[in-house]
Design a protein around this ligand. Structure first.
Ligand code: CP
Length: 315
């Protein structure tokens, strides 16, 4: 069922991204509906999550679906040696769509190839996180009024951060200028820089992180250093506090600038920033509900037209 699966955001055209954003807008107006009455959504999380799993599950619940799944593979027959293929085959006997997070890059692609029902990638290793990107695009459009011609500053762990890899991929349609701010050890991988070159995406690399460096940002996208991806924990210790956004660094920020973060944050944004007009990461996480409602519906073949004409809205 690869066609209705979502493994990478690269699959979507500009039109399709805008279509899904419009659908998410409909869900923001009315999140509570019975559009998925009788459907079952499975959430299989082989890696920890707060936002992604809970917002997918809330999305399904608010649309009237039932949710099955696990938040910890230790409670499943995975521990007895059951393979990913067999797990997917079993769950597809029970559910209409599978939402899966896995620590292995490529696991979502593999699952989508063996599954008879759509698979939505909820993050595969350091590779891609397409549903995060849908909520990021939704949030950027919401705060900037457009996705076109923006200056987007990606800060922190650009090597292992799957959210920045997905966002960069999706933004190719919208003529962005990227600024990559990271220490050498966490720099944007060559593969994604080549991707920028192939798609004529402008990018500038920085190591400084101060008020002057970020003064031109429309979006300042902070990321956590991904401890779980390091093979050498000494290296993690060296870079873990590489970039902390402090309140006084916002002195020269553009008025329209918004700070995003896929969360969880560890030591990237001072808490004193939370009450500034620049902070938008909690609203961003809230938008995950609407974006994921759109993605679940799309994977099940429910169209924007059907969502607009839906008569099952619950006030
Ligand atoms: N942004 C994100 O993926 O958060 P969780 O790991 O909590 O799902």
């Amino acid at each position: 069922m690869e066609n209705n699966s979502l493994v990478t955001i690269a699959k979507y055209s500009k039109e399709k991204l805008l279509y899904l954003i419009e659908m998410a807008r409909e869900f923001e107006k009315h999140p509570n509906r019975r559009l998925l009455e009788g459907r079952v959504v499975a959430t299989l999380f082989f890696e920890p999550s707060t936002r992604t799993r809970l917002s997918f599950e809330t999305a399904a619940n608010r649309l009237g679906a039932r949710v099955i799944g696990f938040a910890d593979p230790k409670v499943t027959s995975n521990t007895k040696g059951e393979t990913l293929k067999d797990t997917i085959m079993m769950v597809s006997n029970y559910a209409d769509v599978i939402i899966m997070r896995h620590f292995l890059e490529g696991a979502a692609q593999y699952a989508s190839e063996v599954s008879p029902v759509p698979v939505v990638n909820a993050g595969d290793g350091a590779n891609q996180h397409p549903s995060q990107t849908m909520l990021d695009l939704y949030t950027i459009a919401q705060t900037q009024g457009t996705l076109e011609n923006l200056s987007i500053y990606l800060v922190g762990d650009l090597k292992y951060g799957r959210t920045v890899h997905s966002l960069l991929t999706a933004m190719r349609h919208f003529n962005p200028t990227f600024h990559f701010i990271a220490p050498d050890e966490l720099a944007m991988p060559k593969y994604y820089k080549m991707y920028c070159e192939e798609h004529h995406i402008r990018y500038v690399e920085h190591q400084d992180f101060d008020a002057d460096t970020i003064a031109g940002a429309d979006i300042l996208y902070m990321t956590r250093v991904q401890r779980e991806r390091f093979t050498d924990l000494m290296e993690y210790e060296r870079v873990k506090d590489a970039y902390l956004l402090k309140r006084d660094m916002l002195a020269k920020a553009r008025q329209n600038m918004k700070i995003l973060h896929p969360l969880p944050r560890v030591n990237e944004i001072e808490y004193s920033i939370d009450d500034t007009p620049y902070a938008y990461y909690f609203q961003q996480a809230r938008n995950g509900l609407y974006a994921r409602q759109a993605l679940i519906c799309d994977s099940l073949g429910i169209t924007l037209e059907e969502v607009k004409n839906d008569k099952t809205i619950i006030a």
